[in-house]
Write a new protein. Structure first.
Length: 376
């Protein structure tokens, strides 16, 4: 069931908190609403593209998938609805997590439509005190994405961005970035123009840039512009999962061009490089230091949606707080593990508390917003 529609306007989005620059900004050119559903593995064989990845689809295909979901998906064990609709997008997940679970001031740059989905996105992000001053309101549809979660907890994502409203490169201003410390980006070939414009302005304003490689499908199909972006030296921090790392080096002839080789390649061009390895944890490099950190084995994995986004959230929190490379990875492991305990990329209060307790057990500094949860 959709949310009750309420007209949203620029005065509401461009709120009073604009004067205080957020520490972390996220660039998500199109605000996005996720439709998360549990499906069986046979369902994924009927969806165009490979299972486990993320690749854009047209309006017609989005509607077809949603219609199929409504007919064929199975409800969770508690007989809840098989479809969960929430504000989403990789960057939004990271920004919302930093604000909600770590108390870091955050803002988002992008555009949303003046429709029911845009209304949902604004309500959700503002409820976590994410600064929406840089979110442009436009006429047109808000982007949507179907997130299909199989029995193993793996997710296949099909975003529909073709006709959605989007912030354009020429709309970005230095005011959007002034005073912030970090800019969070997600690689997408359809957003390259606005990504390049954002990076240029961010560098002019002394803002560090974090890039997530998005999906193995995106890296495979559009590897060349990605490598050019990395080799430009403008990316300070890069996140890749194991599949994305493999695709990044797919043109190399070495038989053992595994995650360690990918890490070295990323570290040649970025100050911080991280390759996440799922249940095997992660490896990271900064300067000459290389660390390997295990995954959170205690987590009950229900859905992998948002795991990389929330890992990035914890890692960035560590950097903002001046933690060591290993501590940044451990916080990322805690936050990434916490989101897999439920459906979708938005953490419940219960799972935030679980994360704080994991951090406390491992001797990591607890955010101020979480200290009441771990008090004896």
């Amino acid at each position: 069931m959709g949310v009750e529609f309420r007209h949203i306007n620029n005065d509401e989005i461009n709120g009073a908190d604009a004067a205080d620059a957020p520490v972390v900004l996220g660039l998500q050119p199109s605000a996005l609403v996720d439709h998360v559903a549990r499906v069986d593995l046979s369902f994924l064989s009927r969806i165009h593209g490979e299972a486990g990845g993320s690749f854009p689809v047209a309006d017609e295909e989005l509607k077809m998938i949603l219609d199929e979901v409504n007919v064929h998906t199975f409800a969770s064990l508690d007989n809840a609805s098989p479809l969960k609709t929430i504000a989403g997008g990789s960057v939004a997940n990271t920004i919302r997590g930093l604000a909600a679970g770590f108390g870091v001031t955050c803002g988002i740059i992008g555009a949303c439509g003046n429709d029911e989905q845009g209304n949902l996105f604004v309500d959700n992000m503002s409820s976590y005190k994410v600064d929406l001053f840089r979110l442009r309101l436009k006429n047109g549809p808000t982007a949507q994405c179907v997130c299909l979660v199989d029995e193993l907890g793996n997710r296949t994502m099909r975003p529909c961005l073709s006709s959605a409203v989007k912030v354009q490169a020429n709309e970005l201003t230095r005011k959007d970035f002034k005073g912030s410390k970090w800019l969070v980006l997600r690689y997408a070939v359809q957003n390259l123009e606005v990504i390049h414009a954002a990076i240029m302005i961010a560098k002019q304003e002394g803002v560090s840039v974090s890039l997530d490689l998005a999906s193995f499908e995106m890296v495979r199909k559009f590897r060349s512009p990605l490598v050019q972006l990395l080799e430009s030296g403008s990316i300070d921090l890069c996140f890749a999962n194991e599949d994305e790392a493999a695709e990044l080096l797919s043109c190399r002839s070495e038989d053992n061009a595994g995650p360690e080789v990918a890490l070295e390649f990323l570290a040649e061009h970025c100050q911080w490089a991280v390759v996440t390895l799922g249940p095997k944890g992660c490896i990271a490099k900064h300067g000459k230091e290389v660390v390997r950190v295990p995954a959170m084995g205690e987590a009950k994995a229900i859905d992998a949606t948002g795991a990389g986004d929330l890992f990035a959230c914890g890692f960035l929190y560590g950097l903002v707080k001046g933690l060591s490379l290993e501590e940044c990875c451990r916080v990322g492991s805690c936050s990434g593990g916490s989101v897999t305990r439920d459906l979708g990329g938005e953490l419940t209060s219960e799972n935030w508390q679980w994360m704080y307790k994991q951090m406390q057990t491992k001797g990591l500094p607890i955010p101020e917003v979480g200290k009441f949860c771990t008090a004896k």
